[in-house]
Design a protein around this ligand. Structure first.
Ligand code: FES
Ligand code: FES
Length: 153
């Protein structure tokens, strides 16, 4: 099997895998990075949302070969040591998580949104398609607005 080298949360990794192995399985099964969750496997639920070169993607539909030479960031890579990312901080303040399953993906989607838009409107936030079976959307919205404040937006 071919080798693919890329960075995960700032660390260079090499994965021996078929080219079409979903990046999500490379992360979870081969590298032990369990933050990105498996929900649907078909780019619908967005539970696996992570960043590829800074943009939100769903690694369940990204072949590992497409990550070669790129930077992958997962929820595990957001905090700076013990200092939480402002989005994580806002999530705690607003007590967003219920069962928690969708939350890594929700946070990664929020971080990507705040990179594009400093002060997102309700419509911007509603355009996030991450599914939450617990219905945490109201608090997600409040937390994204709080994170925007914390980030000076
Ligand atoms: S598991 Fe990736 S979008 Fe559902
Ligand atoms: S908090 Fe349970 S699925 Fe979102």
């Amino acid at each position: 099997m071919p080798n693919y080298t890329f960075s995960v949360n700032g660390k260079t990794v090499t994965v021996d895998a078929p080219a079409d192995l979903p990046l999500l399985w490379a992360l979870r099964d081969k590298l032990g990075v369990k933050g990105p969750k498996y929900g649907c496997g078909i780019d619908v639920c967005k539970a696996c949302t992570s960043h590829l070169n800074g943009k939100a993607v769903n690694p369940c539909v990204v072949p590992v070969a497409d990550a070669a030479g790129k930077e992958v960031t997962t929820i595990e890579g957001l905090a700076d040591g013990d200092v939480l990312h402002p989005v994580q901080q806002a999530w705690l303040e607003q007590d967003v998580a219920q069962c928690g399953y969708c939350q890594p993906g929700q946070i990664m989607a929020a971080v990507a949104l705040l990179k594009r838009t400093k002060k997102p409107t309700d419509a911007d936030i509603d355009a996030i398609e991450n599914v939450c079976r617990c219905g945490s959307y109201f608090r997600v919205r409040k937390a994204i607005k709080r994170a925007a404040e914390l980030m000076g937006g």
